[in-house]
Design a protein around this ligand. Structure first.
Ligand code: SF4
Length: 390
């Protein structure tokens, strides 16, 4: 990896930038401390057995289920996870699709194709183009949409995102966003414009590694990003989603930290709907490539997904098209509650008028109908929504 911003010129990644809201750091401090003290190698088969037979599972059981000692118990974990999923969500699997409306980005994340140093085709959709994309997606029958942008306040300001979301709520019953972290009053504004939930990937909870991967831009500020979900809940959002990008650092520790982060916020904000995503590093456009720090295979990924389900059985789990179709079909039966379908990660990809490059290569190109058919084959009901606002 060639680093083109010398160390001496990089800003302090722990210092808030101007305009960034600071909130009570208790949850952040606890999450970082939990990650640091997590020693996956300290768990043995006895700990895993105890975690599996427990009637309710706290952080200690979760830690055991994420450890290498739990790998030989994967089948049992999957069986229990499937039971929990049925108990809380029945046979349902929710479908949604992401809509990328801008790929301008002011950050320099070395592992991402959208980064500001990467020479890709940049584009931003105007409201007419967004409406055409929304109409094209709505025709597939979907009722939930996730609006995404690269992280640029200049190119895609809060009002632009708000206008896009207000438009989206004309066509969709549930609207989520995956955009740059904001202050709580901005989240409150977007909530008024129809946004239900906010997803923020922390990427890695390892602050030292984070500093080396995020070389420029507001995203470099580790605490501001880690506190985004809490600010979103303070702004009145119904739900928040958590993720570590598996492979950037020690994946077990990062998966553990994301789980503890969600757990602590659930206790502090009991009304919050919690979800997890489990993205793995993907090849990027024009990238030199960041090699995964750790090898996260499908078995490890399944173990993490099952550990989340057994730790917080009522939480949503989303599996994206970064994963191949066969894997997604299996996990929607076992553990996932929500999967994307009919995905294009390019800008303007749904109307066939793509103006900007994709963020990453997807591994499952299936249409909404094809994913629905795959769900039915497994005895699942593909559900487009369970929220109806009056
Ligand atoms: S990961 Fe997000 S913030 Fe970082 S370069 Fe990519 S789009 Fe920008």
């Amino acid at each position: 990896m060639s680093v083109t911003i010398e160390k001496s010129r990089r800003t302090d990644h722990m210092a808030y930038m101007e305009g960034m809201e600071q909130i009570d750091p208790t949850v952040r401090n606890e999450v970082v401390a939990a990650r640091e003290s997590y020693d996956a190698a300290s768990f043995g088969p006895g700990d895993v057995r105890r975690a599996l037979s427990a009637s309710s599972r706290g952080p200690r059981e979760f830690a055991a289920l994420l450890s290498p000692a739990a790998a030989p118990f994967l089948e049992e974990m999957a069986r229990l996870a499937r039971e929990e999923k049925r108990r809380w969500f029945g046979d349902n699997v929710y479908l949604f699709t992401p809509l990328y409306i801008s790929n301008y980005c002011e950050n320099y994340c070395v592992y991402c194709g959208f980064n500001c140093r990467n020479k890709i085709r940049r584009a931003k959709l105007n409201m007419e183009e967004i409406e055409r994309e929304l109409q094209a997606i709505a025709r597939t029958g979907l009722e939930e949409i996730l609006i995404l942008t690269g992280e640029s306040r200049k190119a895609s300001g809060v009002e632009y995102i708000g206008d896009a979301c207000a438009l989206a709520s004309k066509y969709f019953k549930t609207v989520g966003i995956e955009v740059y972290p904001m202050n709580s009053d901005e989240y409150a504004y977007l909530h008024k414009r129809g946004v239900d939930y906010v997803t923020v990937f922390q990427e890695t909870y390892d602050s030292d590694r984070y500093e080396k991967l995020h070389l420029a831009g507001h995203k470099r500020v580790f605490p501001y990003r880690l506190e985004a979900q809490e600010r979103a809940l303070m702004g009145g959002m119904r739900g928040v989603a958590f993720a570590a990008l598996l492979g950037l650092s020690d994946f077990r520790r990062d998966a553990y930290a994301a789980g503890i982060h969600a757990y602590l916020l659930q206790r502090k904000y009991p009304r919050a709907e919690i979800s997890f995503s489990c993205p793995r590093l993907r090849p990027i456009v024009g990238g030199e490539g960041v090699q995964p720090a750790d090898n996260v295979g499908e078995r490890e990924l399944l173990q993490i997904l099952c550990a989340y389900r057994l730790f917080m059985p009522f939480a949503g789990i989303t599996v994206s098209t970064r994963e191949r179709a066969g894997f997604r079909d299996n996990v929607m039966d076992i553990v996932a509650t929500k999967i994307s379908a009919g995905v294009s990660t390019g800008i303007g990809g749904h109307t066939g008028e793509e103006k900007g490059d994709d963020q990453f290569e997807i591994a499952d190109n299936r249409s909404v109908d094809e994913v629905t058919a795959a769900a039915r084959e497994r005895g699942l009901s593909a559900v487009t929504n369970d929220y109806i606002y009056l």
